[in-house]
Design a protein around this ligand. Structure first.
Ligand SMILES: Nc1ncnc2c1ncn2[C@@H]1O[C@H](COP(=O)(O)OP(=O)(O)OP(=O)(O)O)[C@@H](O)[C@H]1O
Ligand SMILES: [Mg+2]
Length: 258
């Protein structure tokens, strides 16, 4: 079943009188895809942000385990959490948060350059990942010159290029039609669990959630249910996806970026 890459216990987070998280325990295995579902305002994004070290819970603990051992994410200071996010985690959001003035390849290369890789090498890696995600020939287009699904694949490339061991995605298909959404999910699953990495995804879309190995239901800041999805379990990657899988892309880990 694999080891736990993330383990959260007793997470509590309030914003004023709003109890966004009211005691959440969640353990995520290496190589697993977990979908978090729930009504608007139920605490999904807050949970994702606590797991990823973006915000600190009021109580509870998040442990991240890598080859280098376990890290108490909640105990880290702002700088260390920021470094952990840059080096070990990747992020894909609904709007992509790409920089519109930059090209596809510049957007992806930026993630590597922030980790210290020189620009020419970063752009070379970026192009490799974009090609692996089916975007060959579009590397020099600005984000506004791409379709929604293409732009989201650029965001996926950016989340992968640093060799992130966990990718966090918050409604990554929220702005897409169902056909494009299915394609983007294929790309996302292939480049994460297909490579033995871990995906934690928030979605309102049952079809998207079903493609994950496990679906967790959140209500009023608590986990109220859990079931298996149709997606592959850890160690058995999904079969469907883009013809040129990201396995063709470079696997620049943070150590390579040094
Ligand atoms: N920064 C904040 N300040 C104040 N309240 C917040 C903040 N972030 C979240 N909340 C509140 O906490 C609760 C949980 O919010 P959260 O964003 O986690 O919900 P969600 O499940 O992601 O919802 P959605 O599906 O609409 O994105 C909501 O009531 C929300 O209004
Ligand atoms: Mg949300």
């Amino acid at each position: 079943m694999g080891t736990f890459v993330l383990e959260a216990t007793g997470l509590v987070k309030s914003f004023g009188q709003t109890h966004a998280l009211a005691g959440v325990d969640l353990a995520v295995r290496t190589g697993e895809a977990v979908a978090i579902m729930g009504a608007s305002g139920s605490g999904k994004t807050t949970l994702l942000h606590c797991l990823a070290g973006i915000i600190r819970p009021d109580a509870g603990q998040v442990t991240f385990r890598s080859g280098a051992g376990g890290v108490d994410v909640t105990g880290l200071g702002e700088r260390e959490r920021s470094r952990l996010r840059r080096e070990a985690f990747g992020f894909v959001f609904q709007a992509g948060l790409l920089i519109p003035e930059l090209t596809a390849s510049e957007n992806v290369a930026l993630a590597l350059m922030l980790n210290g890789m020189p620009r020419p090498r970063a752009e070379e890696y970026a192009r490799g990942w974009l090609a692996a995600l089916g975007l060959a020939g579009m590397e020099d287009r600005r984000i506004g010159q791409l379709s929604g699904g293409q732009a989201q694949r650029v965001a996926i490339a950016r989340a992968q290029v640093t060799g992130a061991s966990v990718v966090f995605a918050d409604e990554p298909t929220g702005a897409l039609d169902s056909a494009t959404s299915a394609e983007v999910m294929s790309a996302l699953l292939h480049s994460t669990v297909g490579q033995g990495r871990t995906l934690v995804l928030v979605t309102h879309d049952a079809q998207v959630a079903e493609r994950c190995g496990r679906i967790v239901d959140v209500r009023d800041g608590r986990i109220v249910g859990e079931r298996a999805g149709a997606g592959a379990a850890p160690a058995a990657g999904p079969a469907a996806g883009p013809a040129a899988g990201p396995s063709a892309g470079p696997s620049a880990g943070p150590e390579v970026a040094a």
